[in-house]
Write a protein that binds this ligand. Structure first.
Ligand SMILES: [Zn+2]
Ligand SMILES: [Zn+2]
Length: 318
């Protein structure tokens, strides 16, 4: 590649880095709207588009990585996929069922009291979906923040923060108890207000697309979008090893509650490369699921390993 070609390539990469996020999110939403017109089962349609979207993100990660080291295998791919299935697919469905059962009676009472549902069903579907996203994120924000601030809840959320890299596959790496707690805090308000199933599906679709991009290892510059949405620009800070950086940017989709409750972090410097947590989370899938049961021992083991590593560094420097 000569110098001119290199300049043109660099310009292309830079230009693309500014448009990836809006391009991918709007493209996925437009494809979802188009696919819904075919009349197939919407849940299956969403699942198919989600898998296709994830694979596309995975390909772009190889071509335009934010951090090439994050494309190297960490021996956690199967565990990440397992946790995605158990923690992000099965557990939220179970919690949804619990919320529907718990909210059935209050929903009927509210509908009778007000002579109908409180949900603004006459609004355009895009406006209803936006409302569901913003209202849902209120519970999501507090569920996530409490997981960082209450040590007992952190035991279950730590699994999500244990990887040393961010890439599209570890987006759904959640402990089932952690994700059930999130669903139990997000869904009741929407169900109580009577949000229709189609609106809930759009909320899930948006959460899926924004979620996978928040973890993606694609070179992106999100600019003012960092103040509106949970972009990779803000979520990388949330995965920092330093608690003073990680205990911020809790929004699942939108940043409105982080701005409101003063937990929005978007400094004008490169995002952290040192990710992870202090506890030494085991590498096996089952052991990871059981890790909250003996979390104190895992934190002690993490401290022991760090002391050992610094001792080795000191010896090497002598
Ligand atoms: Zn977190
Ligand atoms: Zn994350």
């Amino acid at each position: 590649m000569n110098e001119r070609q290199h300049d043109s390539y660099t310009r292309w990469r830079r230009g693309l880095s500014y448009v990836w996020w809006p391009l991918l999110v709007s493209g996925a939403l437009a494809l979802t709207a188009y696919a819904f017109t075919f009349g197939y089962d919407k849940v299956i349609t969403l699942a198919v588009i989600y898998v296709g979207f994830a694979l596309l993100v995975g390909v772009i990660e190889q071509v335009m990585p934010h951090n090439p080291a994050w494309n190297l295998r960490d021996g956690q791919v199967m565990q990440d996929l397992g946790h995605t299935f158990v923690g992000s697919v099965l557990a939220p469905r179970l919690a949804d069922g619990m919320v529907l059962a718990l909210m059935a009676a209050p929903q009927v009472w509210l509908a009778e009291y007000y002579g109908g549902t409180l949900w603004p069903g006459g609004w355009p579907i895009a406006a209803q979906a936006a409302l569901a996203i913003v209202l849902g994120d209120f519970g999501g924000y507090w569920s996530h923040r409490l997981a960082h601030e209450i040590p007992f809840l952190w035991r279950f959320h730590a699994l999500h923060h244990s990887p040393l890299r961010l890439y599209f596959v570890n987006t759904g790496r959640f402990h089932p108890i952690d994700s059930m707690k999130s669903t139990l805090m997000i869904a009741p308000l929407l169900i109580l207000l009577g949000a229709p199933e189609e609106v809930m599906l759009w909320q899930i679709a948006f959460t899926n697309y924004v979620g996978i991009l928040s973890h993606c290892n694609i070179e992106m510059r999100c600019g003012c979008l960092n103040f509106l949405f949970n972009t990779p620009g803000v979520h990388r800070w949330h995965h920092s090893r330093l608690p003073r950086e990680a205990d911020n940017n809790y929004g699942e989709n939108v940043m409105i509650y982080d701005l409101l409750f003063r937990t929005h972090l978007n400094p004008d410097r490169p995002p952290p490369v040192d990710l992870g947590i202090k506890a030494a989370i085991p590498s096996g899938f089952t052991a990871q699921l059981l890790s909250p049961l003996h979390f104190d021992a895992l934190e002690a083991e993490g401290a022991r390993l760090r002391a050992l590593a610094s001792l080795e560094t000191d010896t090497a420097n002598d």
